[in-house]
Design a protein around this ligand. Structure first.
Ligand SMILES: *[C@@H]1O[C@H](CO)[C@@H](O)[C@H](O)[C@H]1NC(C)=O
Ligand SMILES: *[C@@H]1O[C@H](CO)[C@@H](O)[C@H](O)[C@H]1NC(C)=O
Ligand SMILES: *[C@@H]1O[C@H](CO)[C@@H](O)[C@H](O)[C@H]1NC(C)=O
Ligand SMILES: *[C@@H]1O[C@H](CO)[C@@H](O)[C@H](O)[C@H]1NC(C)=O
Ligand SMILES: *[C@@H]1O[C@H](CO)[C@@H](O)[C@H](O)[C@H]1NC(C)=O
Length: 396
């Protein structure tokens, strides 16, 4: 596989143009919304993929993508390009009240079909918000809407929102966190809040991913291992079954005309509720999740720009010698999209160490009776604790 090349990079922090939306007090900490201008430069490409401007073309794209003889990966590139721009990235920084572990910052990257609300359920947050659980465990946490999602910028779905650029945005956010600019920015962003005053920069950073956010996180720790002190890879394992159910599983519609419609241009597709269930919900219908959780999972879904799928291959199977920290893979037992419905006995620890030979520990844990959207199942809180216990065992 061709190596991922990330070109020179700049980052501009325009403090004056920053707008914070709110400060919210939580049971175990305080959160502040941020709009962070991030300048990033990364390789991009024009891919051989169809245009999507209506529902018929949305399903036709899914069939095209799932067809066995469709050119994929590097073979689908028509022309290599470079993308450089300043993007608005909407984020939320939360600081715990308890200071024991507040110098450890989680940077959490959500997957496709969702935005950062994936980590911070407003439905029964005490049982389903990873953000609240992290604050309760004493961690600081940054969540953000990936490019093309939620309240971040929504650029062209074909030529701009692509995997290498998204990895570069994660790198920029990490660099900002490490050198103190992120906390400085959060302090200055309005409205003022005592919780964000003169925060010392984080001592350790744990990268957390879900699904496509785990593709990004695992490539990031392979390519830039020295920038991470630990990784939680949830809802992702590279095996022959990954994505083998195909993009038709999403049951997509054209986002601009779906019900409700999303303010999205050409090339953005959104899963119907049945697609959300196919991909994200699984387990015993009596015990794994409730209809209300599925409704909430459907309510907070987000459209996806189709070149994100075409470019995802850049992130897969990266190997990195510089990552010298612990990794936990947390797999939902019945993950349909990642494990074709059964993650038991799929992980090969030897193969995982081939990707990260200098990792201090690699653990694979199975979260029982759960589908792909880990936080939106009944037993979510116990699953969060499995990750926090792992980190604690490794001094994080
Ligand atoms: C911190 O890192 C960011 C992102 O790379 C960079 O733009 C900024 O200049 C750095 N700031 C300091 C004070 O080193
Ligand atoms: C695009 O770049 C990749 C990686 O460098 C290369 O393998 C591929 O052949 C290039 N494709 C085109 C059409 O130039
Ligand atoms: C696990 O991965 C190693 C290294 O790639 C390989 O040699 C071994 O055959 C694999 N084991 C199984 C059971 O597939
Ligand atoms: C990292 O792992 C590689 C391959 O196992 C090894 O050759 C190298 O010495 C290690 N580097 C460090 C700094 O530990
Ligand atoms: C809930 O999750 C925890 C942590 O993985 C597990 O030990 C426990 O058995 C699960 N409970 C049920 C009822 O599945």
């Amino acid at each position: 596989m061709a190596s991922l090349r990330i070109f020179g990079v700049l980052l501009l922090l325009r403090q004056t143009s920053a707008s914070a939306i709110d400060v919210s007090s939580r049971p175990y900490g305080t959160c502040k919304s941020l709009d962070i201008p991030v300048f990033a430069t990364a390789p991009s490409a024009i891919y051989d993929i169809p245009r999507v401007d209506n529902d018929l073309q949305a399903t036709a794209w899914a069939i095209f993508d799932a067809t066995r003889s469709t050119p994929h990966n590097v073979k689908s590139i028509i022309k290599n390009t470079t993308t450089s721009a300043t993007f608005n990235i909407h984020a939320q920084l939360c600081i715990p009240r308890d200071s024991k572990k507040s110098d450890i910052l989680h940077i959490a990257t959500h997957g496709v079909h969702y935005d950062s609300r994936y980590w911070d359920s407003k439905y029964q947050p005490e049982s389903h918000s990873y953000v609240n659980a992290a604050l309760k465990a004493g961690y600081s946490i940054l969540t953000y809407d990936r490019l093309g999602v939620g309240q971040s910028d929504i650029p062209d779905a074909y030529t701009v929102v692509q995997a290498p650029l998204e990895q570069e945005i994660l790198r920029q956010l990490t660099l900002m966190a490490r050198n103190g600019t992120l906390y400085n920015f959060a302090e200055k962003a309005k409205p003022a809040s005592a919780a964000f005053k003169a925060l010392p920069k984080p001592r350790k950073i744990v990268h957390v991913g879900h699904s496509f956010g785990s593709f990004l996180t695992s490539a990031f720790i392979a390519n830039y291992g020295a920038l991470s002190d630990g990784a939680l890879i949830t809802g992702y394992l590279l095996t022959q079954f990954l994505a083998s159910s195909g993009s038709t599983t999403f049951n997509v519609e054209y986002a601009a005309t779906s019900n409700p419609p999303y303010k999205r241009p050409s090339g953005y597709v959104v899963a119907q509720k049945s697609g959300i269930q196919n991909v994200f919900f699984a387990g015993d219908l009596k015990t794994a999740y409730t209809p209300a959780l599925l409704d909430y999972g459907n309510e907070i879904k987000q459209p996806v720009p189709i070149a994100e799928f075409a470019s995802a291959f850049w992130l897969i199977g990266r190997k990195g010698l510089d990552f010298k920290a612990p990794i936990q893979y947390l797999l939902p037992e019945f993950d349909f999209y990642v494990c074709r419905g059964d993650c038991n006995n799929l992980a090969n620890i030897t193969a995982l160490y081939e990707s990260y030979p200098n990792a201090t520990d690699i653990e694979v844990a199975i979260q029982p009776n759960t589908g792909h959207a880990l936080p939106l199942h009944n037993n979510a809180t116990a699953g969060f604790q499995v990750s926090f216990d792992f980190l604690t065992r490794h001094g994080l």
